[in-house]
Design a binder for this molecule. Structure first.
Ligand SMILES: [Zn+2]
Length: 219
């Protein structure tokens, strides 16, 4: 798969160290299932992180540990085939880490219309969480309101494509955005765009979904 937009380095390390909240974990794992580059990097981070912990008396990572890990990953000095089984989709068009939540077919997902041209499917997480996970089905040619982010938001394209100030996002591409990024995504004309979105539970109406709803609820 031709992936151009990847997980942030910090996200990869948090994934590797088991530090991601469930919604973000699912999006990151789904991206890894679609992206050889990040799967390799995450595996390296796990390997190197484990090594550092094993060789450290007090299990405290040095200040340069992050850079060392990323240098080794970037240089590709160690070619390690991902041993993690089950990250690749075996059947259907839904990445395997997402299949236990929504099944294996995008066609079978039940959408709820939330705004003109925008449909949503909420995904129930397995426990209490400070983040939420949902899918969006956005009509061809539809532009979303320009929005910033009240917190971190991670969007993975599963089908179709959109463009914004950061470029074109097609299947497998992930937008791993912090609260400083403002953008206005517009879906390409030829097909709807289906995305998987993890967002920190907004304290105010700042996230993408709230901005979609904003004109409807008159905030
Ligand atoms: Zn990637």
């Amino acid at each position: 798969m031709n992936v151009h937009h990847h997980l942030d380095d910090t996200t990869l390390l948090r994934y590797a160290s088991g530090d991601l909240d469930e919604a973000f974990l699912v999006v990151a794992a789904a991206h890894l299932a679609m992206c050889d580059h990040c799967r390799h990097a995450a595996h390296m981070a796990e390997e190197v992180g484990g090594e550092l912990l094993e060789t450290s008396d007090q299990a405290v990572l040095g200040a340069d540990a992050f850079e060392r890990v990323m240098q080794r990953i970037d240089s590709g000095e160690e070619r390690i085939t991902a041993k993690r089984q089950g990250t690749r989709a075996r059947t259907g068009d839904v990445p395997l880490p997402l299949q236990r939540f929504v099944g294996n077919s995008l066609d079978a997902i039940r959408w709820k219309s939330v705004a003109p041209g925008v449909r949503k499917h909420d995904i129930k997480l397995s426990g209490p969480s400070t983040s939420s996970l949902y899918m969006l089905h956005i009509a061809p040619g539809k532009a979303l309101p320009e929005h910033g982010h009240g917190g971190t938001e991670m969007t993975l394209v599963l089908s179709g494509a959109y463009r914004d100030e950061l470029g074109r996002f097609g299947p497998g591409d992930v937008a791993d955005l912090d609260e400083h990024v403002e953008h206005q995504p517009k879906v390409e004309q030829d097909a709807p765009c289906i995305c998987l979105v993890a967002t920190e539970t907004p304290t105010r109406f700042k996230g993408i979904f709230s901005r979609i709803l904003q004109p409807l609820v008159g905030i």
